[in-house]
Design a protein. Structure first.
Length: 159
């Protein structure tokens, strides 16, 4: 099974989280690929993979600049993504309560609107909490993969 981590970031924090997940979860998944969202379009979801959206929130609850093309193309070039199974790591700062973790939540809503199926809950990290997103994100991902891997195996068996 392949885990494809799509990274949206402005300051590299989401990239660091993705790298921590890649290192910490290598014993659970054979192939973990990190892909920066720069210039992507909906074709990124054509692979036979489990997807993890790992994104920060920027500005007034926006997706990061490098994720904007993918996010907007999911609306401008809509296509059914019923085959896509995914999870979301959303990074934010609770001092901005009105827009906390909106980057990840926006991707989640858009993907669900196209028929993709989220596994588990959106995981939100609060930058103002004093905890390391890399450590907590990797720990969360191990738990999430325990739920996601059987779903993917069941899908592969019925294909």
């Amino acid at each position: 099974m392949k885990l494809k981590i799509l990274v949206g970031t402005m300051t590299s924090t989401a990239d660091y989280v993705a790298q921590a997940i890649q290192m910490d979860c290598a014993d659970l998944v054979d192939d973990i690929e990190i892909v920066m969202m720069d210039g992507l379009d909906p074709a990124v979801f054509d692979d036979d993979a489990l997807y993890l959206i790992c994104t920060s929130t920027y500005g007034s609850g926006d997706v990061p600049d490098n994720a904007r093309a993918l996010y907007e193309s999911l609306d401008a070039q809509p296509r059914f993504l019923g085959h896509v199974k995914y999870g979301v790591v959303a990074l934010g700062d609770r001092t901005y309560l009105q827009t906390f973790c909106f980057g990840g939540q926006k991707f989640d809503q858009r993907l669900q609107g196209l028929g993709a199926q989220r596994i588990g809950q959106v995981w939100c990290h609060d930058a103002s909490s004093g905890t390391l997103a890399e450590e907590l994100g990797a720990a969360w991902c191990r738990e999430w993969l325990a739920e996601a891997i059987p779903v993917m195996q069941k899908q592969a068996a019925s294909a």
